[in-house]
Each structure stands twice: as C-alpha cells, then as structure tokens.
Design a protein. Structure first.
Length: 151
C-alpha cells in the first residue's frame, strides 16, 4: 500500500457513473462544472478491510511510506447534484465491490472451465540415461502431476 493506509478516497460504481453522465448530458441546468462522484469516503485501509471480508481472506499489508501518496483525502461534494437534479449515486461502495468481485470470480471460473477442455502443450523435463535433461511435450494432465517448466 502506498503511504500509511490512512489516506481517504471516494469511489463510485461504474453504473452510477454512467447513469449520472447520461442524466446530466444535454441538460439546460448544467451550465457550470459539476462534481460527479460518491460522498462515501473510505480510507485505503478500510477499502482493504472491505475487500478482505468480501473475498473471505486476510492479507498481510505492506506499507510503502516512500511511494507517492497523493493528497491525504479526497471526496466528492455532491451538494449541487442533489440541489439541481435530485440525484446521487445509488450503489454503496460495499455493494459495488461485491458486484465487481462476483463478476471477476465468474469470469475467472468460466476461463478455468474453458481451459480444462484445451490440451495445453509445454516443455517438461524428461529424465535420460545420461542424466542430462531431454525435453518432451506434456499435456495439462502432466502439469497436474507436479511437473513444471525447467528453470
């Protein structure tokens, strides 16, 4: 984690972003710049906490205090959006992260299932009588047996 994890940000789910842009595009009420974002602020540490809960894991956090941290805190002031359009994002950070995690999980699961039906070829070591490694083609089933690419 760049910094100490205490820096704050606000994140908005992409569906809310698209809905907001669609609603405001072409509006006669929009004559000045307008913030489009979430007023739900979270520290980077809190963001990691939420992702850990969703994924059911515990991560070992490493902080790099020498890395660029950006501003200490950043969030969107949605006062004008609410006053002018009566609009604000409807998807919470947690809900958006849960949806994103589920989508990524499903994509990875589908890709893994597709890979099971494909014969993948790679070079795996084969012992020879001279002791020097010859190489042969191996399938995914061989890889599952614990063989790996030579270093």
């Amino acid at each position: 984690i760049w910094g100490d994890g205490k820096q704050t940000r606000s994140f908005m789910y992409i569906d809310d972003c698209i809905n907001g842009i669609h609603r405001f595009t072409g509006s006669r009420h929009l004559m000045e710049p307008l913030n489009l974002g979430s007023s739900e602020m979270v520290s980077i540490d809190q963001l990691v906490d939420i992702v850990e809960e969703i994924a059911g894991v515990r991560l070992r956090r490493r902080y790099n205090e020498d890395a660029p941290k950006g501003v200490r805190g950043r969030s969107s002031d949605n006062t004008r959006i609410l006053e002018t359009f009566g609009w604000e994002p409807s998807i919470s950070l947690r809900d958006g992260l849960e949806r994103t995690y589920a989508w990524i999980f499903n994509q990875m699961s589908a890709r893994t299932a597709e890979d099971r039906g494909v014969l993948r070829m790679f070079i795996a070591p084969k012992a020879s009588s001279s002791g020097e490694g010859e190489h042969r083609a191996a399938s995914a089933e061989t890889a599952d047996a614990g063989l790996s690419l030579p270093s």
